[in-house]
Write a protein that binds this ligand. Structure first.
Ligand code: GLU
Length: 420
């Protein structure tokens, strides 16, 4: 029982325990690796448009500070709680270490529904949250980025609030900013581009050809949308299923992704795009396809539906989409199911965030091609490392990926020692 208790934190703890067993990490060393270094909870009061005052709850969890500043997204979602934020921070640590980035993991956010707030209210929440975080963040301490419910406008307001406090423009305080104010080319689509690149690598391993394959993507936010667009428009897969939190659509002949993206941009949601192609969201993930990309929330592949998945490749665009119970079922299916685990699959986002931070610190900006090439180099190396490790240790891709991440953090802690 800890401050963080709850289903998502327990899931991160269970995954950690399994990998710690595999690595034979002594019991007394485990809490030092697992438990977050700092957890911050703040009240975020704002004036609503009707003149009343409302207080939102905000959080930031910084998992470890061993290898550099902490790094991770900021989530605005109604049910956000500190356990979920802590789990997401822990996964960020293994993700950054796996990709070889000099960061610890962090995550934060505000328990609010951005869709029900006016633009003025959203700006007030965003600025006040950053104001409350100023003692705890900095370009060498903790660097925020977008996550669910936040975007480049949120990052621009964060950067402005922090910079007004400092008295000069501090672009390197956040990543995922608009390019016009120190963002990097290629960041907005980076997570989706990474997912699509790793799908291509997985297809090669399974000896499948993209033009003969179908894909289903759950989630049509930044990650789901860019993944679906690249899979369909650049790689030639037939995307047969798309969903968001309001509706799910399936068409065996293939869906017009660009048209759906334009609809979602105009209406904010997919609901209403078509009635013909609408399908049951509860059975959406078990529809037949070659590539399944969960790119929405945690814990959607569970003990209940894992055995029914009918994909060949599971590419986890979301953080924590697969529960440990589902994992035990999927482990039995390693002959017919190739998993690209979340901390590898969606790492394109934080890798390009790292590029943005480096460019901001150097005041030297790269071309989009340079960003893409460097992203692919890291993803390819990491993908190969995970596949090899899984073979050598005879473990799942998830255990292999997490083991590499945990080992690197552990090694850093061992070399630095315990202070004082
Ligand atoms: N929120 C993203 C993630 O979960 C990106 C984090 C970042 O760019 O720092 O990986």
């Amino acid at each position: 029982m800890t401050l963080f208790s709850g289903p998502v934190f327990e899931m991160a703890a269970e995954q950690f325990a399994a990998v710690a067993d595999h690595l034979s990490i002594p019991e007394d060393e485990r809490p030092r690796l697992l438990l977050p270094k700092r957890a911050i909870a703040v009240s975020v009061p704002i004036h609503k448009d009707d003149g009343r005052t409302h207080v939102f709850q905000g959080y930031r969890v910084q998992h470890h500070l061993t290898l550099g500043p902490t790094k991770g997204g900021t989530r605005f979602s109604p049910d956000l709680n500190i356990g979920e934020v802590a789990a997401l921070a822990i996964w960020m640590s293994w993700k950054c270490a796996l990709a070889g980035l000099p960061y610890g993991g962090a995550k934060g956010g505000v328990a609010c529904d951005p869709l029900t707030l006016s633009r003025r209210e959203l700006e007030a929440v965003t600025r006040r949250y950053m104001q409350e975080m100023i003692p705890f963040v900095g370009p060498q301490i903790d660097v925020m980025a977008p996550d669910m419910g936040t975007n480049e406008q949120t990052m621009a307001w964060f950067m402005d609030t922090y910079s007004m406090h400092q008295g000069n423009a501090v672009a390197e305080i956040v990543t995922g900013k608009p390019v016009a104010m120190g963002g990097t080319l290629g960041r907005s689509e980076a997570t989706g581009r990474g997912v699509a690149f790793l799908v291509a690598e997985a297809l090669k391993c399974c000896q499948l050809s993209a033009s003969q394959c179908t894909a289903i993507v759950q989630g049509f936010g930044n990650v789901g949308r860019s993944t679906a667009l690249i899979l369909s428009n650049e790689m030639g897969l037939r995307v047969t299923g798309i969903s968001d939190h309001t509706a799910a659509f399936y068409d065996a002949k293939g869906l017009p992704i660009s048209q759906m993206a334009a609809y979602a941009t105009q209406h904010g949601v997919l609901k209403g795009w078509s009635t013909e192609a609408e399908t049951d969201p509860d059975t959406f993930l078990t529809l037949p396809c070659d590539v399944l990309v969960p790119a929405a929330v945690e814990r959607v592949i569970t003990g209940k539906n894992a055995a029914q998945l009918r994909c060949r490749i599971l590419a986890e665009g979301a953080n924590g989409p697969t529960t440990p119970e589902a994992d035990r079922i999927l482990d039995q299916r390693s002959n017919d199911l190739f998993i690209v685990p979340d901390i590898l699959c969606n790492s394109g986002g934080v890798i390009v965030s790292y590029f943005e931070w480096v460019q901001d610190l150097q005041r030297l900006f790269w071309t989009e091609q340079e960003v893409r090439d460097r992203l692919q180099t890291i993803l390819k190396t990491t993908f190969n490392a995970v596949i090899n490790r899984a073979k050598v240790d005879q473990v799942s891709h998830r255990v292999a990926a997490t083991a590499i991440g945990i080992e690197r953090v552990r090694m850093g802690k061992q070399w630095r020692g315990l202070f004082p």
